[in-house]
Ligand binder design. Structure first.
Ligand code: ZN
Length: 247
């Protein structure tokens, strides 16, 4: 089984399409695991929802999905994110809103747990510190946990009561071992923040190695198209600029 693992698409259709095409070129996939924040920031929320729904997939909710559907107060966001959430809510049909509102916050599938933020706070906590990683390791009932939210492609490894972290590297596939618990973030499709503007994602091959291998990939997309869409929609210019900066 080959699985496309994506997070934080953020209404960036150009980036999402580029990831789907790149994954096809890399051998294809049987299903998609989506880790939250389908909408918010970008200018194509309906098209991104439609594209994901046409794929065989499972999805969980992120904080931006909650803000758009009213499950979270958008006033908790900074100005640009809040403006995008309110704008997005105006664009969506009732059916699209229900789709977002029905996404669960946590999902367990075999040896994987899916959650946008962390197991301590499913949509809000950023898993970017050792205490946060250790707290989620303590709550994990599976060997592996997949997260999004920080937009950083990284892997946390548990080792004798400590948690170590490394950035993912496309030249270094992550070999899975059920005895070695890990928390992995595929990075963001639609708004990378690690200084590299290219869309970030993972391909998981469950039959590679003894217990499966995660392959990190980066792919260029139509950045100018995504930026001009944001400006044409009247969304804050800062959201277009940050796409080019990759943070
Ligand atoms: Zn996000």
């Amino acid at each position: 089984m080959r699985t496309l693992i994506v997070s934080d698409i953020h209404s960036n259709l150009q980036a999402f399409e580029a990831v789907l095409a790149d994954a096809e070129g890399a051998g294809g996939y049987d299903e998609v695991w989506f880790l939250g924040d389908l909408v918010g920031y970008g200018s194509d929320p309906s098209a991104c929802i439609d594209r994901l729904r046409r794929l065989s997939h499972v999805a969980i909710a992120g904080n931006h999905d909650h803000a758009v559907t009213g499950k979270m107060n958008p006033d908790l966001f900074n100005g640009a994110a809040r403006a995008a959430a309110l704008w997005t809510a105006q664009q969506l049909t009732e059916d699209e809103m229900s789709y977002l509102a029905d996404m669960p916050e946590v999902r367990r599938m075999g040896s994987f747990t899916h959650v946008h933020g962390s197991l301590c706070d499913p949509v809000m906590e950023y898993l970017i510190s050792e205490p946060a990683a250790l707290a989620t390791f303590a709550l994990m009932e599976t060997s592996f946990c997949l997260v999004g939210h920080s937009h950083y492609p990284l892997v946390w490894t548990e080792d004798n009561g400590r948690a170590g972290v490394e950035l993912l590297d496309p030249s270094a596939p992550v070999v899975l071992d059920p005895e070695q618990r890990m928390i992995v973030n595929p990075g963001s499709v639609g708004q990378p923040r690690d200084g590299d503007w290219r869309a970030s994602y993972l391909l998981y091959d469950s039959e590679a190695g003894a217990s499966g291998i995660l392959y990190h990939r980066r792919v260029e997309y139509d950045l100018a198209g995504a930026q001009s869409g944001i400006l044409a929609a009247g969304l804050p210019e800062s959201l277009a600029i940050r796409l080019g900066n990759g943070h």
